[in-house]
Design a protein around this ligand. Structure first.
Ligand code: UT7
Length: 328
């Protein structure tokens, strides 16, 4: 294992104030609060007012992370936003974040890796900071998946919430930092979770919009199966790369898609609930935001502190999946 070059200097997150409970969903679609809780673990999620741009949450999360890190926006060299629900097709949401934060010296771009977007961003930032002259990076994971949900599709609309989380990266010290990361993909299974609309394949014609082509399609059971298998394998891989055992981890932060997925992965490693961060009951699946929101909550509540070893692991559309081991 090589010495880490990049460490997390601070974290932040932002979620909308508005709560959409399971009881609210019972009034919107043919479902029951009991089914949602039993099959997903979700009790409520945070949702934006329609038309709210992702950059609004991303800027708040980013600003909070910079304050936490004590880093001036002008000292940020690089801004990466992992998202599939940016403000616009172009420019990158990272550019809106750059302008709003006054990060006048930063390069800015988005990464499209769905629920794995934050860990993808983390590895890219880590690599760029080792090989280019960047000293401070802001990595944000954020999504407003409620902007592409079909509210008449009970298979998907009960799952998602909105939010953004952020981490500021800087040069590592005292053995702390990003110890290892791994990114994987399998596009041959893209049809199991995708949004076909509004890209070059299906432009937003009246007919396409009528066919709701701009909403999420998912084969939930299949996604579930692949998620458990791939999250387990990739977590084993990054542990190996870091020369660590699962028992060396102070906490595992898995992507928060479904409590049953989290429990299945935890069980494979024999991890008790005290070692696994779970907030899916309050936020639902916030896609790229779920890991940085959890990381920030765990740090601010004192469950994680300097020197702790954290595992992060995510799986989502693409399929794209990713994991990392970080010493805080
Ligand atoms: O971020 C990464 C991407 N997403 C995921 O990781 C999601 C992975 N998948 C899942 O979390 C789960 O597969 C779901 C929560 C989406 C579904 O749970 P499931 O246990 O796999 O249910 P199912 O799709 O097998 O459906 C079981 C039954 C079906 O009824 P029948 O055909 O057995 O009569 C569904 O029609 O539950 C029914 N159902 C519902 N009932 C009430 C599906 N959605 C609902 C609902 N309310 N919202």
């Amino acid at each position: 294992m090589s010495n880490p070059k990049t460490m997390i200097l601070g974290t932040g997150h932002a979620v909308p104030d508005k709560i959409l409970s399971n009881a609210d969903l019972e009034k919107m679609v043919d479902t029951s609060g009991r089914w949602i809780q039993e099959r997903t673990g979700i009790l409520e999620r945070r949702v934006v007012e329609p038309g709210t741009p992702l950059s609004e949450l991303a800027v708040l999360a980013g600003r909070r992370a910079l304050e936490d890190a004590g880093v001036d926006p002008a000292d940020v060299d690089l801004i990466i936003v992992g998202t599939v629900t940016g403000d616009m097709k172009f420019p990158a949401t990272a550019c809106f974040v750059q302008a709003a934060l006054g990060a006048s010296n930063a390069a800015a771009f988005d990464v499209s890796a769905a629920c794995s977007g934050f860990i993808y961003g983390l590895q890219i930032a880590d690599a760029l900071m080792q090989n280019a002259s960047y000293r401070r990076a802001l990595v944000i994971g954020g999504d407003i998946l409620t902007s592409m949900v079909d509210w008449e599709d009970r298979d998907t609309c009960i799952l998602f919430g909105d939010g953004a989380g952020a981490a500021v990266l800087g040069p590592a010290k005292e053995g702390r930092g990003i110890l290892s990361t791994s990114l994987r993909s399998d596009g041959s299974l893209a049809h199991l979770l995708y949004n076909p609309g509004c890209g070059s394949l299906n432009p937003p014609t009246e007919e396409n919009v009528r066919k709701k082509i701009h909403t999420i399609r998912m084969e939930g059971r299949e996604v579930f199966r692949h998620a458990v298998k791939n999250m387990t394998e990739i977590l084993r891989q990054v542990l190996r790369q870091s020369d660590l055992e699962i028992t060396d981890l102070d906490m595992l932060i898995p992507h928060q898609a479904n409590l049953r997925i989290i429990e299945a992965v935890s069980k494979k490693f024999g991890l008790g609930s005290d070692k696994v961060y779970i907030n899916v009951e309050r936020f639902g699946n916030t896609s790229a935001a779920s890991i940085p929101i959890a990381l920030d909550e765990a740090s601010k509540s004192g469950r994680l502190g300097a020197g702790d070893h954290v595992g992060v692991v995510a799986f989502g559309a693409g399929f794209a999946w990713a994991a990392g081991i970080i010493r805080l």
